[in-house]
Write a protein that binds this ligand. Structure first.
Ligand SMILES: Nc1nc2c(c(=O)[nH]1)N=C([C@H](O)[C@H](O)COP(=O)(O)OP(=O)(O)OP(=O)(O)O)CN2
Ligand SMILES: [Zn+2]
Length: 146
């Protein structure tokens, strides 16, 4: 069981769901400034995603916990992150850093949530790469000019 305190996101939604996952994966950062992280090495990433919304689906779910696990664990566990198309643009903000891993997870999840009738939103993705290093990613709010 993963037990960890996560930073809180303030919002007005009625429901907030959190899913913890862990992913074992290898990566390297292809830049000279990354030092030893330029070499392929592995981590067990501890990931927490925060989803919120006001409407539940016909099952009474905001989004099925299993859908979230399949999306994240299913794609990245026991892989080399650099091999994943999401990290192959060659741009530095797409190198598989903790920052980019958190952002990509948020974007992938939001793409899935956009297909749901209740339109839940991914508010926060927490990624712990090592016992002493983690990143929290929160997408900017989409401005509604309508
Ligand atoms: N801002 C970032 N800095 C670093 C990243 C990153 O993704 N974003 N990644 C790395 C390495 O990949 C490394 O795996 C993690 O580095 P670090 O926290 O320094 O790991 P240590 O276990 O050596 O940490 P100690 O606290 O010194 O034991 C590097 N930087
Ligand atoms: Zn690393």
């Amino acid at each position: 069981m993963i037990q960890q305190m996560y930073p809180q996101v303030f919002h007005d939604y009625q429901y907030e769901l959190n899913k913890d996952m862990h992913v074992s994966a290898a990566h390297f950062i292809p830049h000279e400034d990354a030092g030893t992280c330029r070499n392929v090495h592995g981590h067990t990433y501890f990931i927490n995603v925060t989803i919120a919304g006001d409407e539940l689906d016909d099952s009474g779910f905001l989004v099925n916990f299993k859908t979230l696990k399949k999306l994240v664990h299913g794609q990245f566990d026991h892989t080399v992150l650099n091999d994943h198309p999401a990290f192959q643009s060659g741009r530095s903000d797409d190198f598989p850093t903790t920052e980019a891993v958190a952002r990509k997870i948020c974007e992938m999840i939001q793409e899935e949530l956009d297909r749901l009738p209740g339109k839940p939103v991914c508010l926060q993705v927490f990624v712990r790469e090592t016992p002493t290093s983690y990143v929290v990613y929160r997408p900017k709010k989409v401005k509604n000019n309508g």
